[in-house]
Ligand binder design. Structure first.
Ligand code: HSE
Length: 406
């Protein structure tokens, strides 16, 4: 029998208990051991639940109990999660987490402790909820040099953009409705400003490149400036607007970015709607692969956590090598990044100025705006050209959205 402890009995923590109870028989067979929840750490009481007798408010009860071999951290946030996880690993207990903030910031340090102790630090649920993506990157795709990851990594924003596009509603109204239905958090900043997707693309990039991609260096924009009009223009062009996390390696340089982007209806990611997530990967020998599924939610996330617990139990005294080391990856500066833009200007009559500044462009019909798509260039050059429009020619730019073509 293997004793486990769960830190946090919130949405994911209670989901982990539910999954372990629902599928107990088959999970124990697959783990090769009976899994037993010995403790659940939480400050609240949960009378009448199956874990009532296992509850403790003291982390010390867990850390000082040598019979606990696997700890599940599903509290979220950095404090006290980081101290608890580090202490547990240093004590020789394997840790499974769903905490993307913890993994994005401290992944290499925690992985190194696990390596030195010959135990495991596993975090499948930190990206894409129930979608298997960390293990595939670390196991199934090891024959490849991964040179591109493009992901719809946030369910809340994908739901908002899908509903705006489908029902012709504006951002504020859909956000309000999503909050009322419980899809979006009361404080939705991390989702709508792209911070959640930023940490997830940082984790995926680090695993793909084997070096630490610092999430603080990733250019991140959210969806708050996307107008209903932009979605309508996108439709006319045969595009969808999606909040994408992108990471690309060009020769030995890489860049990563999170921003709303237009993608063609021919791209597999354009069919990923509502709260679903998907991750599209390009490898130099496998070609294209895509992983699709429920990117959030109690049971999908708990499914990924429990699968990690099973893996931890199967490798109790054997570190599973994870290709993510502490050396920092140098990312390209934003100015150098290849880019192509959709641009909308207030009013009409700017054709000469546009062609003088941008050269050849393609126009989109609009009643009250001048809307066009630039040729491919770099972020730096396009930014400089927009500055010429606004400062030299006094034109008002009402919207810009990147176009992701490759
Ligand atoms: N808030 C996240 C989302 C949950 O909307 O995708 C999963 O990390």
């Amino acid at each position: 029998m293997i004793n486990i402890a769960i830190l946090g009995y919130g949405t994911v923590g209670s989901g982990v208990v539910e999954v372990l109870e629902t599928n107990k028989k088959s999970i124990d067979i697959k783990a090769g051991e009976e899994l037993f929840i010995k403790y659940v750490l939480d400050l609240k009481e949960f009378p009448g639940t199956s874990i009532e007798s296992k509850l403790t408010k003291r982390f010390e009860d867990i850390i000082e109990d040598d019979s606990v071999e696997v700890i599940v951290e599903v509290m979220g946030g950095l404090n006290p999660a980081y101290d608890f996880v580090k202490t547990a690993l240093l004590k020789g207990k394997s840790v499974v987490t769903s905490n993307k903030e913890l993994v994005a910031r401290y992944g290499p340090e925690l992985l190194e402790i696990a390596r030195n102790k010959n135990i495991n630090f596993l975090f499948e649920a930190s990206v894409g909820g129930g979608i298997p993506i960390i293990r595939p990157l670390n196991k199934s795709l090891t024959a490849d040099e991964i040179y591109e990851i493009t992901g719809i990594l946030n369910g809340t924003t994908n739901y908002i953009l899908s509903k705006m596009s489908r029902e012709g509603l504006n951002f504020e109204d859909v956000l309000k409705e999503a909050q009322e239905l419980g899809f979006a958090e009361r404080n939705p900043e991390a989702d709508i400003e792209g911070y959640d997707a930023c940490r997830k693309i940082a984790i995926l990039s680090s695993l793909a490149y084997g070096m630490h991609v610092n999430f603080e260096e990733i250019h991140t924009e959210g969806i708050t400036k996307v107008r209903l009009k932009d979605l309508e223009y996108a439709k006319k062009l045969g595009y969808q607007v999606k909040l994408l996390g992108i990471s690309k390696k060009i020769n030995e340089k890489a860049y990563a970015m999170v921003a709303p982007m237009m993608i063609s209806n021919n791209h597999p990611l354009s069919n990923v709607h509502d709260v679903f997530n998907a991750i599209f990967i390009k490898g130099n020998v496998i070609g294209d692969v895509m992983f699709y599924g429920s990117g959030a939610g109690k049971l999908p996330t708990a499914s990924a956590v429990v699968a990690d617990v099973v893996d931890a139990v199967k490798h109790l005294d054997k570190n599973i090598i994870t290709h993510w080391y502490s050396k920092e990856m140098n990312l390209m500066s934003l100015e150098e990044v290849p880019s192509q833009l959709f641009i909308a200007l207030e009013g009409h009559g700017y054709q000469d100025i546009i062609e003088q500044v941008f050269g050849k462009v393609s126009y989109i019909q609009s009643d009250d705006e001048t809307v066009f798509i630039t040729e491919k260039s770099t972020e730096g050059e396009l930014k400089e050209k927009i500055t010429q429009l606004t400062q030299v020619h006094q034109v008002k730019v009402t919207s810009t959205i990147r176009i992701e073509k490759d």
